[in-house]
Design a protein around this ligand. Structure first.
Ligand SMILES: [Zn+2]
Length: 634
């Protein structure tokens, strides 16, 4: 009886809830798009259709807020389509417009219906994860004080929006010593997911990650995350738009201000630095090539194709989604990637990256954090790629350099069986005599400084997964265990270390404790500006912390002479009068010693600046603070 009463009350509740159901739809906000075709309060159902924005030929993007529905019954959202192809297998919903979830739908008649019980009576609903112009502005704001990033407006769109160029690099290394890398996103505005990928890439590039740090010292990375700001702003689709598709506008003369400006910027930067990599990031129509990530390249064979495949391999070794390749479209002649390919004669590779929609619903659901992770992997692969270019000042010791610093202990055999070795061959230990064989590489370091150290071997299934590598640097020893079954035939970083002039540093590969064949091929020492040493005084250990700043007033550069009596974490920051960080001059661990750093104000205007120094001894002793005024007079 009680059960029947409960059922009756529940029935009454549902009826009354229906009576008070008053569904409203809001599209009055940035990036929103949908036309209401029907609202049926009794059935808790809405039917909508994507609106064509000016110039659009596909109605793809829908993004709306639905409120006032019955939270006890399934809300049915019917999306009318003109071409089934454009309606995603998964749409997205959110309660707050920030955190998004996927929802599956089913085709029925002229619509696709997405149906679920939503416990809160107001949701955002969209064709994918929206990323609007304001999200780009938020990203810009987040990076305003970032010492590695500068953001400039390079053009104004037809609709009045600013086209943003993010330039990321380590300012303490001269730009003339760097490579340049270009990345674009949202040449097709509907492809909003590509912006999450680029946010992930940018977050990685400005991070404290060691690979990002090394990449910033060697490269200038230029990113225009949102090419078609107008369509991202007004909820348009952009693909195939009139008068010309953004990514078919690259043969001159171009129509879109963003394209005109980026073409000019790419050309300028390639004159100043070696443009190595160009990537245009896309996120294609849902429903085709879902769950797939791939590159298009105009060069399907030859050196650029080989370089792209090498980059692809490095990406795939960084733990991301599998990066594939696909043949080019016949109509690819006017795309950004093809334009760059044709005008930059010495580029390593130029490509379009397509990150397909992920419809998998297993426990590795492709969510926003994973898109961002995908972006970080793209950056890690770039760092690995740049590390494999030979640069001025690199010191390479190959296994055959026995007269120039390589010492072979025990019986090793040479081989050329697995390709990708350095020089004419590599050595293997025959998988015998474990503990009795080693190869020591001792470089002749021309002057005290920091070097990133790399090791190279060939990998294969029959390799030891526990190869000990001992690195001796100025002030310490670093032991590393390497798995030689993977990541062979490339320069693999062991980290950045300080070396004194001469031959006191070394790298030793041994077969001690090895569980299969051990390979000894080559070692590389690449000089790295660690953003401090212009004069390093090795004589004498200072007794007290002190800082001398001279000359002051200065033009254009000022020296910071720092006495460090014990190993310390050192940070020196330069601010302008408004309190804005102008430069992170130093953020490093430094050994005991006397250092002189140089701050160059040639790009700054005359005026007053402030420095702030924080030195924290690693032994836990009291920190040392020093701050003061700098006067730049030009
Ligand atoms: Zn596209």
């Amino acid at each position: 009886m009680l059960n029947r009463i409960l059922k009756y009350l529940l029935f009454k509740l549902l009826i009354s809830a229906n009576l008070f159901t008053q569904i409203t739809i809001d599209t009055n906000y940035e990036g929103a798009n949908s036309r209401i075709l029907n609202i049926n309060n009794a059935a808790n159902t809405v039917k909508i259709e994507s609106q064509l924005r000016s110039g659009d030929v596909h109605n793809v993007v829908f993004y709306l807020k639905i409120s006032g529905f019955n939270t006890l019954l399934p809300l049915k959202i019917q999306v009318k389509y003109s071409q089934q192809y454009y309606v995603p297998v998964l749409a997205a919903y959110s309660y707050d417009g920030v955190n998004w979830s996927r929802i599956t739908g089913t085709f029925s008649g002229d619509s696709k219906e997405f149906s679920a019980v939503f416990p809160q009576n107001s949701i955002y609903f969209a064709h994918g994860f929206p990323y609007v112009y304001n999200d780009l502005l938020n990203l810009e704001n987040r990076l305003l004080l970032n010492p590695y990033t500068s953001i400039t407006n390079i053009a104004v769109s037809h609709g009045g929006g600013n086209i943003k160029l993010f330039t990321i690099t380590e300012p303490c290394v001269h730009d003339s010593d760097k490579q340049v890398i270009w990345i674009l996103g949202r040449n097709h505005a509907m492809e909003s997911h590509s912006n999450y990928i680029l946010e992930g890439l940018i977050d990685f590039l400005v991070s404290g990650d060691f690979k990002a740090d090394m990449l910033r010292r060697q490269s200038i990375i230029k990113i225009v995350p949102m090419m078609d700001v107008d369509k991202a702003f007004n909820g348009g689709t952009g693909k195939d738009q009139l008068p010309v598709d953004f990514n078919r506008d690259w043969d001159s003369p171009s129509y879109w201000p963003a394209v005109i400006a980026v073409k000019q910027k790419i050309t300028e930067s390639a004159i100043q630095n070696h443009l190595r990599i160009f990537i245009d990031s896309h996120n294609p129509f849902p429903g085709q090539n879902d769950n797939n990530t791939w590159f298009y390249s105009r060069q399907e064979s030859g050196p650029r194709s080989i370089n792209l495949d090498f980059y692809r391999r490095l990406l795939n070794e960084n733990g991301g989604y599998v990066f594939n390749r696909q043949p080019l479209y016949a109509t690819d002649g006017q795309t950004s990637a093809s334009w760059v390919d044709s005008v930059i004669s010495n580029i390593d590779f130029s490509t379009s990256l397509e990150t397909g929609w992920v419809t998998r619903t297993d426990n590795v659901q492709w969510t926003l954090p994973l898109y961002k992770l995908h972006g970080a992997v793209i950056g890690k692969g770039m760092a690995d790629y740049i590390n494999n270019l030979l640069q001025p000042g690199d010191i390479i010791l190959d296994n055959t350099d026995t007269l120039a610093g390589v010492t072979i202990n025990g019986a090793w055999s040479s081989s050329t069986f697995i390709p990708g070795y350095w020089g004419i061959n590599y050595l293997h230990d025959g998988n015998s005599g474990q503990g009795s064989k080693s190869v020591k590489y001792t470089p002749q370091i021309p002057g005290m400084g920091y070097y990133e150290v790399f090791i190279r071997y060939t990998s294969d299934a029959g390799r030891s997964t526990i190869v000990p590598v001992k690195l001796v640097y100025s002030g310490g020893i670093k032991d590393t265990i390497i798995n030689q079954e993977i990541r062979g035939s490339q320069w693999l970083s062991l980290g950045m270390y300080r070396f004194d002039a001469g031959n006191t540093g070394s790298v030793t590969v041994s077969n001690s404790g090895a569980n299969d064949f051990v390979i000894a091929d080559a070692v590389k020492f690449s000089p790295r500006n660690n953003c401090n040493p212009i004069g390093f005084v090795t004589t004498g250990i200072p007794v007290n912390f002190s800082l001398k700043v001279y000359p002051n007033p200065f033009n254009p550069s000022v020296n910071f002479e720092l006495n460090i009596p014990s190993n310390s974490d050192v940070e020196i920051l330069i601010y302008d009068v408004t309190g804005k960080l102008v430069k992170k001059l130093m953020s490093e661990k430094l050994f005991t010693g006397i250092y002189t750093f140089n701050f160059n104000g040639e790009n700054l205007s005359s005026g007053i600046y402030f420095y702030k120094t924080v030195i924290k001894p690693v032994n836990g002793n009291n920190p040392y603070f020093n701050s003061g005024k700098l006067v730049l007079i030009k």
